[in-house]
Design a protein around this ligand. Structure first.
Ligand code: FE
Ligand code: FE
Ligand code: ZN
Length: 276
């Protein structure tokens, strides 16, 4: 059997090679990081190709899977014009930088329509993405499924589908399922086959490229988005374990975004690697 690809969210402050080493130290073979300050974002660190090349070598040597660069939370391609302009600039720059990194995806939250309404929000996202993505070549961009907090777009698979339907280069787009988010959004992970068959019918299972593996502090359909440690939330360890073993999911990269320090992440990775 192929080895499970699993890791956690890490701080990017010391660069790619450091993240790779940190992931390996907890028996991870992938990781996620913010491309820039998650609450800010205008400034990114200078591009360090030497560090990236070292990481690329390291990742191949240790058989890492795809890693995930997460856009800052301040990116909102659904919102008003000035906030959209800021987001477009960040995504363009992030994608440019990421092209040098071995096996990397770019993950972002579709956005929040801020009262403009879902339809206009989705239209704004599509137009923005079409300005940013202008060819079939380049890093794949993943739309993350959301909990549906406030005016968040991307709670339903249908909304994700609408966005992908509107983009000019659909081959550049994939989807990340966040287990906490879809649970909070109303999907029942105890009926995983049904959830995945709905995903397949609406979006297409081949678009699914990554899983954010989180438990949730809240009941299903709470629309809250508060992550819990694996086994300490309302989804539970057994259901999340099944997620990592499902035939349609088992080869995807799994990223833990649970409230943990490195030791806690190491424990959760072991919990998930364990063969039962
Ligand atoms: Fe996210
Ligand atoms: Fe997530
Ligand atoms: Zn979340």
């Amino acid at each position: 059997m192929k080895r499970l690809v699993i890791g956690c969210h890490l701080s990017s402050s010391k660069g790619y090679l450091n993240m790779g080493q940190e992931a390996l130290s907890i028996d991870g073979n992938t990781f996620q990081f913010f491309t820039r300050n998650p609450q800010g974002g205008s400034k990114a660190k200078p591009l360090d190709l030497e560090d990236i090349n070292k990481y690329n070598q390291f990742a191949k040597e240790h058989e890492f899977g795809y890693i995930i660069a997460h856009a800052p939370y301040t990116m909102n391609l659904a919102g008003e014009e000035n906030i959209r302009a800021f987001g477009k600039q960040m995504m363009k720059d992030d994608l440019y930088r990421l092209q040098y990194v071995y096996q990397a995806y770019y993950n972002f939250h579709p956005g929040s329509h801020k009262g403009l309404g879902e339809e206009i929000g989705i239209q704004n996202i599509i137009e923005s993405l079409n300005e940013i993505i202008t060819s079939n070549e380049g890093v794949m961009v993943l739309l993350e499924t959301m909990a549906g907090k406030g005016n968040e777009i991307g709670r339903t698979f249908k909304e994700i589908r609408k966005i992908i339907d509107g983009v000019n280069f659909p081959s550049r787009f994939g989807v990340t399922i966040d287990t906490c988010h879809i649970h909070d959004g109303g999907y029942d992970l105890t009926h995983l086959d049904d959830v995945l068959s709905e995903f397949n019918n609406v979006v297409g299972i081949e678009r699914l490229k990554a899983i954010h593996l989180n438990d949730s502090l809240n009941e299903r359909e709470a629309h809250k988005d508060r992550h819990a440690r694996i086994g300490e939330g309302k989804i539970g360890y057994d259901v999340l374990y099944q997620v990592t073993r499902h035939p349609l999911l088992k080869d995807l990269p799994f990223i833990l975004e649970t409230p943990n320090d490195l030791e806690g992440y190491a424990r959760e990775i072991q919990m998930m690697r364990k063969e039962k």
